[in-house]
Design a protein around this ligand. Structure first.
Ligand SMILES: C[S@@+](CC[C@H](N)C(=O)[O-])C[C@H]1O[C@@H](n2cnc3c(N)ncnc32)[C@H](O)[C@@H]1O
Length: 195
């Protein structure tokens, strides 16, 4: 259902945004909340390693299947972003796309990302967020119950501020909009933050 629901958005520009973001993934790469593997086609062939985590069994099964087909050397594990089964400083890049909107504890997930990144490692993010425009932000607050019901995440999280609050330094940032999406999930941030 997730792939069917997001097909129009992917084709209208989300896929291109993923491609641009993931061109910067290098070295030992961890992706959190890998979903159905929409990022898999965009990773370079010369990564040192690629690990994908996903907590939900139905998504995990699809992710495993897609990884077998498209990235046979990738490791796929069941784990929530808040509790990553890796040593400190294990990765050069952590990737989060459309995940920080839905994790149970965003601050904890970001602390975990920072813990497993080596110093100087980078978090690559693509997330729909709370609007800067106060009118739209108020609308997001009002409609969030519906968003939660439809797609099980919050449309009104100030994710960029959370990334900075957890000690990352944002090194690249594009503020754009989610194509072909209802206006309450349109504000989108795409960028990189250094641990
Ligand atoms: C909107 S989907 C995005 C999937 C994929 N990252 C993408 O870009 O298409 C959100 C994903 O986050 C996962 N998720 C939910 N709670 C999570 C958590 N606590 N830790 C990690 N992933 C989580 C969901 O199972 C789902 O696969």
């Amino acid at each position: 259902m997730y792939d069917r629901m997001s097909r129009k958005t992917e084709e209208a520009g989300l896929r291109a945004l993923r491609e641009g973001l993931l061109a910067d993934a290098s070295g030992r790469v961890l992706e959190i909340g890998g979903g159905t593997g929409a990022n898999l086609p965009h990773y370079a062939d010369d990564l040192e390693s690629l690990v994908l985590t996903e907590p939900e069994p139905p998504m995990l099964r699809r992710l495993q299947r897609k990884a077998r087909e498209e990235a046979p050397l990738a490791k796929v594990l069941r784990a929530p972003a808040e509790d990553l089964p890796f040593e400190d400083d294990s990765f050069d890049t952590v990737v989060s796309t459309l995940v920080l909107c839905g994790v149970d504890d965003q601050a904890r997930a970001l602390r975990e990302a920072r813990r497993v990144l080596r110093p100087g490692g980078r978090l690559l993010f693509l997330e729909h967020v709370r609007a800067d425009d106060p009118d739209l932000a108020r609308y997001q607050d009002r409609i969030n119950w519906l968003n939660r019901l439809m797609v099980d995440c919050d449309c009104n999280r100030p994710t960029l501020a959370s990334i900075e609050a957890e000690g990352f330094t944002v090194s690249r940032l594009e503020r754009t909009t989610m194509p072909e999406a209802p206006k309450f999930v349109r504000p989108l941030i795409v960028g990189a933050a250094v641990s």
